[in-house]
Ligand binder design. Structure first.
Ligand code: C2O
Ligand code: CU
Ligand code: CU
Length: 519
């Protein structure tokens, strides 16, 4: 995508261009060298707000094969910090968006209407989705009163084309039960648009999972963790170069260099509430944990830790149930990863306060939320030794091709690259054959959560050794804190063009993304 001066002046953005900074999309700086003022959120008491759970959306109609939903992407006003009103860009005006509950094998069709002032593209993360419905970064849904001419630069490489006002997405759900999420994927502007609220859960269930005696109902809780910074008047603060998100993309330079690039908030939200509290009984609970933060990786732990250790029993990964549970004392979770875990509060006495902490954080961001064990209750659930039938991963021996991708973060506001290239919606960097198995090797400098669309993969090695403790099961996002991983994937069941990218959303917007086309 190239910036056109004509369009900039039409939008009255000559001031930005007039600084003489090159705005070429395929070369040159993407974040401008402007220091952002240090913004600090209004101070909030921790562990006061009750944990909200996003509402489950009702279909507007259903037939034999399909559930139909309607979602309007619109501005909403919510109270996130007590006493402050915050404007969000939300699915149905909510942050997090409403949860979609889907059944494996049963199709979901969602009509997304765009009533926001900017283009959007909606992606179902973890979905095995035909290319036209995958939310390709230039498959924009324009607001009804905007035309392509109004956009900064020219839009290319679309898969399904541009939609005006609304678009229908079809999700076949021919996949196992798993915790998915849907979020914005507009090229160059995913970071700010997700930050403003465009993210929600999408949970697929199936018969295998239904049979298990895992905690359910009120005791199965999705937790969307996201960090945000708020201004003095309670609005979300994102350091965009152009806050209208209709001109130059990128973030102010102070957030785009240094070892930990990306936008970090000073307030930790869970399901949209700051450091919330949840009352629990002394029984097991299942938490579907999603890190929906733009750039922050968490090392989650529970304090005090249970006397026998094993704070978390992992039952699922990005791509659904593990075959057997795995015990962890801590969980490293990078942006977009999901960990499905059981926490057993019977290890605490009634009256205990148990804090979910982030050992990678310092100060207030080292806390996430609190559980208060407020009552005794009979245990009705258990964690079976066998969760799902043995997972059938593609075998690395069947791989026809090994491809290598090097993810390098940009410095001084420069672009972030894969194999030296910034994103171009037209360039294809890999052409896997439909139905073939391939090994993809990722190298990262310094730290990148790497995500592939369409496929789930199995991590087969890390830094030349065995996979790490958080690599189990089917994954669609893998965290590299430097170093190297090899994954194996089978490219099925759709032909077409998809993206893979770093899920640090500022890296993604600074062009750390590429296309593969299944042929
Ligand atoms: Cu969660 Cu390409 O995205
Ligand atoms: Cu995805
Ligand atoms: Cu990255």
């Amino acid at each position: 995508m190239k910036f056109s001066r004509r369009k900039f002046s039409k939008l009255g953005l000559m001031a930005g261009v007039g600084l003489g900074i090159p705005l070429g999309r395929t070369a040159g700086p993407v974040g401008r060298l402007v220091e952002s003022a240090t913004v600090t959120s209004p101070r909030v008491e921790q562990f006061e707000a009750p944990l909200p759970v996003p509402p489950v959306l009702e279909p507007s109609r259903t037939d034999e094969t399909t559930d139909y939903y309607e979602i309007t992407q619109q501005e909403g006003t919510v109270e996130i910090l007590p006493g402050y009103e915050t404007t969000v860009w939300g699915y149905n005006g909510l942050f997090p968006g409403p949860t979609i509950e889907a059944r494996s094998g049963r199709e979901v069709v969602i009509e997304h209407r765009n009533e926001l002032p900017v283009p959007v593209s909606t992606h179902l993360h973890g979905g095995v989705t035909p290319p036209e419905s995958d939310g390709f970064p230039t498959d924009l849904i324009l607001p009804p009163d905007l035309s392509v001419e109004d956009l900064p630069g020219h839009i290319s490489g679309t898969v399904a084309g541009i939609s005006h006002g609304s678009k229908e997405y079809t999700y076949p759900n021919q996949q196992r039960a798993a915790t998915l999420w849907y979020h914005d994927h507009r090229m160059d502007f995913t970071g700010p648009q997700v930050y403003k609220g465009l993210a929600g859960f999408y949970i697929i269930r199936d018969g295998i999972e239904d049979e298990l005696p895992l905690p359910d109902g009120e005791k199965e809780v999705p937790l969307m963790i996201a960090d945000r910074t708020f201004t003095d008047d309670g609005e979300m603060y994102y350091p965009s170069v152009d806050p209208s998100l209709m001109g130059e993309h990128g973030v102010l330079a102070s957030t785009s260099f240094g070892p930990h690039t990306g936008v970090f908030g000073d307030t930790i939200l869970v399901n949209g509430a700051p450091w919330p509290r949840m009352e629990v009984s002394n029984t097991k609970y299942r938490f579907r944990i999603l890190n929906a933060s733009n750039a922050r990786t968490y090392e989650l732990a529970i304090e005090p830790s249970p006397s026998e250790g094993n704070s978390f029993v992992q039952v699922g990964s990005d791509g659904g149930l593990l075959s057997e549970p795995i015990r962890h004392d801590k969980l490293l979770i990078s942006p977009a990863e999901r960990f499905d875990v059981v926490v057993d509060f019977s290890q605490y006495s009634v009256g205990s306060e148990v804090t979910l902490v982030n050992r990678r954080g310092t100060g207030r961001v080292s806390d996430v939320m609190r559980f208060e064990v407020v009552r005794e209750e009979k245990e009705e659930s258990e964690i079976p030794a066998q969760l799902a039938p043995e997972l059938e991963f593609p075998s690395p021996e069947d791989a026809e091709v090994t491809r290598r991708f090097f993810f390098l973060a940009g410095v001084l506001g420069g672009m972030s690259t894969i194999n030296g290239n910034g994103y171009d919606p037209e360039r294809i960097d890999a052409n896997p054959r439909l139905g073939s198995t391939e090994i993809w090797e990722f190298d990262a400098d310094p730290a990148h959560p790497i995500h592939m669309h369409l496929v789930h993969f199995k991590v087969i090695s890390r830094d030349g050794g065995p996979p790490g403790p958080y690599d189990a099961g089917w994954k669609d996002t893998v965290f590299l804190d430097g170093g190297n991983v090899r994954v194996v994937a089978k490219f099925t069941p759709y032909r077409g063009k998809y993206v893979f990218h770093c899920h640090n959303l500022e890296h993604e917007d600074m062009m750390m993304m590429a296309n593969f086309e299944v042929v």
